[in-house]
Design a binder for this molecule. Structure first.
Ligand code: ZN
Length: 240
């Protein structure tokens, strides 16, 4: 059993299609989505349709939540705000109802998925360091939990203490807990523009980080053509 685990797609259709093709090439048998399907880029409806079509476990991200609400966007920075307003106008009512139906935390087989944190999942805090990870570990009841939200792939392990470990190929050892950020499909922020996701080789107890090339120029052109801020197109190439 091989899980492709991905999130922070952010309406980037080209990146999503490339990740799904790579997962297929790698022999993935299951899909898992950790939220923020929409926001920032030009194809929110198409990305929702694809994820719905996969019929896989999905948790809600903060952009998914804002996209189905009608209230103000005070918690968002101006770029995210502009993109969310556009996103709301470019989703169907059915898309919004489906986004509204998503849960914040789910258990899938022997692991957990959440978008932001396990300790306060509805407050959308960020896990940037060991201290943040330690707070989530207190609410983690499976050996492994996958999350996103920071758009930077990263892994924390808790044994005697909480520390940061390399993610490229990470063996899951019995008796330890792992909190693993799969990075972002559609808007990576770790300086690498390639789409990011993880493969969980459940039979081998191994997590593998994948970085995937996609047609970034096409995705950027669509952002500009849609009338979204130029900065949103530029940042894709910077991985920021
Ligand atoms: Zn996000």
């Amino acid at each position: 059993m091989r899980f492709a685990i991905f999130g922070d797609i952010h309406s980037n259709l080209e990146a999503l299609e490339a990740v799904l093709a790579d997962a297929k090439d790698c022999g993935c048998t299951h899909h898992v989505c950790i939220g923020d399907i929409v926001g920032y880029n030009a194809n929110p409806h198409e990305c929702v349709e694809i994820i719905k079509g996969l019929g896989c476990p999905v948790v809600k991200g903060n952009h998914d939540e804002q996209a189905h609400l009608n209230g103000s966007l005070e918690a968002f920075n101006p770029l995210a705000d502009a993109a969310l307003r556009w996103t709301r106008e470019n989703l169907t009512d059915e898309d919004k109802q489906w986004l509204a139906s998503l849960r914040l935390i789910r258990q899938v087989r022997d692991f957990t998925i959440v978008h932001a944190t396990l300790d306060t999942p509805n407050q959308w805090g960020y896990v940037f360091n060991q201290l943040d990870a330690a707070a989530s570990f207190n609410y983690q009841y499976t050996n492994v939990c996958f999350y996103g939200h920071t758009h930077a792939p990263r892994a924390y392990v808790r044994d005697e203490a909480v520390h940061h470990v390399p993610l490229e190929v990470l063996p899951i050892e019995f008796g330890k807990k792992y909190f693993i950020n799969v990075g972002s499909v559609g808007q990576p922020r770790d300086g690498d523009w390639h789409a990011s996701y993880c493969i969980y080789h459940a039979d081998k107890n191994l997590v593998e980080l994948r970085r995937v090339e996609y047609d970034i120029n096409f995705a950027q052109d669509k952002v500009v053509d849609a009338g979204l801020p130029q900065r949103l197109a530029d940042r894709l190439a910077l991985g920021s």
